[in-house]
Design a protein around this ligand. Structure first.
Ligand code: G3I
Length: 423
């Protein structure tokens, strides 16, 4: 009998007063602190100024309230947000304040992955995931689930427990339990993540993952059908990386993703959206190939989400100011192109502050050891040029109330307003 841990009991959300009160207390403290900080440029107020340019940082008032990303996104019929770490939401007022101020949608960076949720084959630990949902609910934010089926972040017990005989059952049980727990409360789910690997050489492009080995190629359709069974409303998403650019490998991979989506659609499997992760490098210029991909998906009545945007500056050896300028241009050009497409209505960055980006982790750090600056807020919670580029790109999208700007209006060719109206 599977055991459950978390503030959202089997009978639904019942945030434990301790956590909630504790969190709201922190939030209040943060707000109070924020009040003070409003008067002082960011990076001051006694905190040791972190790395980064000592130029006059914009004040909080320049990026909060009506000037925040979430306010501008609401103006333009879209959602904007970031990946979050629950421990920081609860333990770091600046982090909680920035997330609360800037995001209208959140995704747990790791808390909804198998490795975090499944300490043992018959156990679930929802505490961290619940904290993200409770935070979001108390800040009128939507939540994306990431992810129900992936070849990474697999618990250590998996290899010795999941076999060809029980893999489908394990996958089904996990999805019914996890997606069922948050049924009706999540904006969308990454049902299957990164299942395509063109280097594997399979005609269908499928990655040679434990799920493929144990459950066969049908595991993807099974995952989507089970997710719909568990949650009637969440937008079910296939999420992948390395499909943004017009390089031979990415063109090939994008083609395989499109073929996978077409196969699922042809079999009547419930899939609503494709997540384009968008882990870009400074100077990258996604172009016509991706634009065509997005429009083809719109023809199929599908949405496109930018799910994990960040721009690494690993290859740039210049000054911080020069690096920031190239990173910001990459944000501006990419988002302006994507947000011109009516079926692109959700943008999440993979984190909100450079202080906690995975790109400064051991595997990805810059060769010169300098911290990466891939996100809208730097180490010290100062908005970076990328913040203003992201906000400007949001402003370039058609205003809400324009036909086709409702983030929840499922797109289907020929739906209200002629095709040309969207062009
Ligand atoms: O929670 C454990 C902790 O208990 C343990 O002490 C510590 C040391 O081993 O590891 C912690 O788990 C780490 C987890 O992040 C939480 O911090 C894992 O080792 C580490 O592998 C994991 O990295 C995450 C990675 O996905 C793998 O799940 C990164 O933070 C996260 O940014 C990254 O995100 C992925 C997306 O899910 C999919 N697309 C690409 C993206 C970047 O790789």
């Amino acid at each position: 009998m599977a055991e459950y841990a978390g503030v959202i009991g089997k009978e639904g959300i019942k945030a434990s007063p301790k956590t909630r009160r504790e969190f709201l207390m922190n939030a209040a403290a943060a707000a109070a602190a924020g009040g003070l900080a409003t008067a002082l440029p960011l990076g001051c107020g006694g905190r040791k100024a972190g790395p980064g340019p000592q130029a006059a940082a914009p004040t909080l008032s320049a990026v909060n309230g009506p000037r925040s990303l979430r306010a501008h996104a609401a103006e333009h019929g879209m959602l904007v947000g970031c990946a979050v770490v629950p421990e920081k939401l609860d333990g770091e007022p600046d982090y909680a304040r920035t997330v609360a101020e800037q995001a209208s949608i959140l995704v747990p960076e790791n808390a909804l992955k198998w490795a975090a949720l499944r300490p043992a084959p018959d156990q679930y630990d929802f505490r961290k995931a619940d904290d993200v949902v409770v935070f979001a609910l108390s800040h009128d934010q939507k939540v994306r689930g990431h992810n129900l089926c992936w070849h990474e972040a697999i618990p250590s017990w998996f290899a010795g427990t999941v076999t060809k005989d029980n893999a489908a059952q394990f996958l089904t049980q996990h999805i019914l339990t996890v997606a069922g727990r948050y049924a009706g409360k999540l904006h969308s789910w990454d049902v299957v993540n990164e299942a395509i690997d063109v280097k594997g050489g399979r005609p269908d492009g499928l990655r040679d993952s434990p799920w493929l080995q144990l459950a066969g190629p049908g595991y993807i359709e099974l995952a989507f059908r089970t997710a719909r069974q568990a949650d009637a409303t969440a937008l079910l998403t296939y999420n992948d990386y390395g499909i943004e650019l017009d390089t031979p490998e990415q063109i090939d991979k994008r083609g395989q993703v499109m073929m996978l989506v077409r196969r699922l659609k042809a079999r009547g499997a419930p899939i609503d959206a494709v997540g384009v992760q968008s882990h870009l490098s400074a100077g990258d210029a996604p172009g016509a190939g991706l634009q065509h991909f997005v429009r083809e998906l719109r023809e199929m009545g599908m949405l496109v989400f930018i799910t994990e945007l960040d721009v690494n500056d690993r290859k740039l050896a210049d000054s911080v100011a020069d690096r920031d300028a190239v990173v910001a241009k990459t944000y501006r050009d990419f988002l302006t192109m994507m947000l011109a497409e009516p079926n692109v209505n959700v943008v999440l960055t993979w984190g909100i502050t450079d202080r906690y980006t995975w790109l400064n982790g051991p595997k990805n750090a810059r060769p010169d050891g300098k911290p990466e600056r891939p996100l809208p807020f730097d180490y010290d919670y100062s908005p970076t040029p990328a913040f203003f580029a992201e906000r400007d790109a949001i402003d370039s999208r058609r205003r809400s109330g324009h036909p086709g700007s409702d983030p929840y209006a499922p797109f289907s060719p020929g739906q209200s307003g002629s095709r040309s109206e969207y062009q």
